[in-house]
Ligand binder design. Structure first.
Ligand SMILES: Nc1nc2c(ncn2[C@@H]2O[C@H](COP(=O)(O)OP(=O)(O)O)[C@@H](OP(=O)(O)OP(=O)(O)O)[C@H]2O)c(=O)[nH]1
Length: 239
């Protein structure tokens, strides 16, 4: 595949035609213009994510595809080249999904203890800012007595309120899950639409804020994506 063609392809087309290998190649091409030290950090983040999520799958694809699209979208559509933000994007589910493994603890360790150990490990391997960004997008242990989705929304709103860079990661994650809802099975799509639809107004409001570190053009792109997500959620839930 000619590099220039791969660089001009939408992420959904790379996913469908070339799968994980194509998304990895595209990510590598995006990294070519980064300074050496930043490129090395991002390659280390991708290696770590690849190891932790090696056996994870989404409905139709390896989990790694999601992480690669989330990071590439931030570079290409949001125009963000901050290596710590991109490192956290690649590892945004690492603490939530593999806390004990990342933290070097036994698999039966409690979630709160393993989460702290995993975040400490990210600070050691990368830096404290990467660790704090991942903390902001890591769900806490839910209270079994309360509605999970409601707790999820409260957590997202609280953390994105205080951390403008975490908004950038969460929005790319949301786009992949929300706009990308057309790429999954109908029961998964229904569950995703139920979970994510109530977040749309909050994300719209956060994106519009002056301290959200994105260009006007990137914000307009994201507003269009939020409209598309809402259109798809409505079709799934209201019809
Ligand atoms: N093929 C595929 N794509 C998925 C999947 N999950 C999420 N996506 C992403 O979901 C978004 C919407 O899918 P599209 O097929 O592009 O729908 P659209 O043209 O109407 O926007 C895309 O991101 P985007 O930011 O709009 O970027 P782009 O793909 O348009 O470059 C796509 O990359 C999946 O399982 N398969």
């Amino acid at each position: 595949m000619a590099p220039r063609l791969l660089l001009s392809m939408p992420l959904h087309a790379i996913t469908e035609v070339y799968g994980e290998a194509g998304l990895r190649d595209r990510f590598g091409l995006e990294l070519e213009s980064f300074p050496d030290d930043e490129r090395k950090q991002l390659e280390a983040a991708l290696d770590l994510a690849s190891r932790l999520h090696a056996d994870d799958r989404r409905v139709r694809e390896p989990y790694l595809n999601h992480l690669l699209r989330v990071a590439i979208r931030i570079i290409r559509y949001y125009g963000v080249r901050d290596a710590d933000v991109l490192t956290a994007a690649l590892l945004h589910d690492a603490v939530e999904d593999h806390p004990a493994e990342l933290g070097g603890l036994e698999p039966d360790e409690s979630y709160p203890v393993a989460t702290e150990a995993a975040l400490t490990e990210l600070a050691r391997r990368f830096n404290p800012r990467v660790s704090e960004l991942v903390r902001s997008v890591t769900n806490p242990e839910y209270d079994p007595a309360r509605d999970r989705h409601e707790q999820y929304r409260e957590h997202v709103a609280e953390n994105l309120e205080r951390d403008p860079w975490a908004r950038v990661i969460k929005i790319s994650d949301f786009t992949d899950n929300g706009v990308g809802v057309i790429h999954t099975s109908s029961d998964k799509a229904y569950r995703s639409a139920t979970k994510y639809r109530p977040l749309v107004p909050k994300l719209r409001e956060l994106v519009g804020r002056s301290d959200t570190p994105l260009s006007t053009q990137a914000k307009e792109h994201i507003f269009d994506q939020l409209d598309l997500a809402e259109e798809r959620f409505a079709a799934i839930l209201d019809d």
